[in-house]
Design a protein around this ligand. Structure first.
Ligand code: TRP
Length: 341
């Protein structure tokens, strides 16, 4: 069966963009058709200035939102990255296969490093090596497919390069993964800045709808969305990005088609109103399940414990094989040692 792996970084509250662009597809399709792992990649949240208590809180919340969004622990494996040592173990070995130049070419590194320096902060070494850890996340599980947004395509490409290189040098060890772009390409943009993605790590803003926003907050944010000058409701991503974003959100929530929907509306106000209600309705069941999960913390703990155990058992043989292949001495098993005594 196809192995699918994806990760959510607990650096911010999950957004409507995360849900419509990724999580919904994981729940509706990926967990049914494949052997899928969904990981709260908490180690990745430590690559920039962070607050330990916040990372802990967001990790738990991300996991519970994954379940609330419909991931079923009977069908897929949901776990927290730092609970499985194999990620860090493999990451080091892959650092011995990756090059310094390769890391410095990563677009996201360049952008984030500039931003950190502008803020007067220093750039953590882990920000540079982070794509290698991500490659380890993917390669440890013999992953075939990595469903991610296009901002992560370069990182998955790196994972492919490292897998191929390792296999050539040290013998076949890793499956070479590929990135898959969600079929229903709901690329939700920031409501206040419709040319940039609605990202969770962005500073909290009125342009981001969070999965746990109250209905009235959702309505307010959608009603205040930036729209383009003009009057008619037309679907044109280039010329009318604000309007196109609303039409795409509405389409994604109602199962419609943005171009067709544009013909239905005579005013921006009516479009916003329906979009706001559609978003509220999509979030309603998710928020209800999340509330139930919060009332029963033991359940989530159990899911994450079982998930980590399952993940460990899957990753262990591959990571062990990589250790052997690259030249690390195999620790003798206890039975061998006892027999020799
Ligand atoms: N880098 C991804 C992001 O910022 C998160 C991530 C970490 C990930 N490891 C992964 C995604 C492995 C897919 C597979 O969104």
């Amino acid at each position: 069966m196809t192995r699918v792996f994806s990760g959510v970084k607990p650096t911010g509250h999950l957004t409507l963009g995360n849900y419509l662009g990724a999580m919904r597809q994981w729940a509706a399709e990926d967990q049914h058709r494949s052997d899928a792992l969904f990981c709260v990649v908490d180690l990745h949240a430590l690559t920039v200035d962070h607050d330990p208590a916040r990372v802990r809180r967001l990790s738990r919340q991300s996991a519970s939102l994954l379940l609330a969004a419909g991931l079923d622990p009977e069908l897929c494996t949901v776990f927290v990255q730092s609970h499985v040592d194999e990620h860090a173990r493999l990451s080091y070995v892959l650092e011995c296969v990756a090059t310094d130049g390769e890391m410095r070419r990563m677009i996201q590194y360049k952008e984030k490093a500039v931003r950190e320096r502008e803020r007067g902060g220093s750039v953590r070494l882990s920000l540079l090596t982070y794509p290698v850890l991500m490659a380890a996340d993917i390669l440890a599980y013999g992953t075939d497919e990595v469903p991610v947004g296009d901002d992560q395509a370069q990182h998955v490409e790196l994972a492919r390069d490292l897998a191929v290189r390792f296999n050539q040098r040290y013998g076949h060890t890793f499956v070479v993964p590929r990135a898959t772009v969600p079929k229903v390409a709901a690329r939700v943009m920031n409501l206040q800045d419709p040319t940039s993605k609605m990202g969770k790590s962005d500073d909290a803003g009125p342009g981001i709808v969070y999965l746990l926003d109250e209905p009235d907050t959702v309505r307010k944010k959608v009603m205040r969305a930036v729209t383009d000058s003009g009057r008619e409701v037309v679907y044109d991503r280039q010329a009318r990005p604000g309007l196109a974003n609303l039409l795409e959100i509405l389409a994604a929530c109602t199962g419609g088609n943005p171009a067709e929907l544009s013909g239905v509306y005579e005013s921006y106000g009516a479009l916003k109103k329906d979009t706001a209600e559609a978003v509220v309705e999509v979030l309603r069941p998710l928020q209800k399940r999340h509330k139930e999960l919060c009332a029963d913390p033991g359940y989530l703990e159990g899911v994450l414990r079982d998930g980590a155990e399952r993940a460990r058992a899957m990753a262990r043989p591959t990571v062990d094989a990589a250790y052997r292949a690259i030249g690390l001495l195999e620790p003798a098993s206890e039975t061998v040692v006892n027999a020799a005594r």
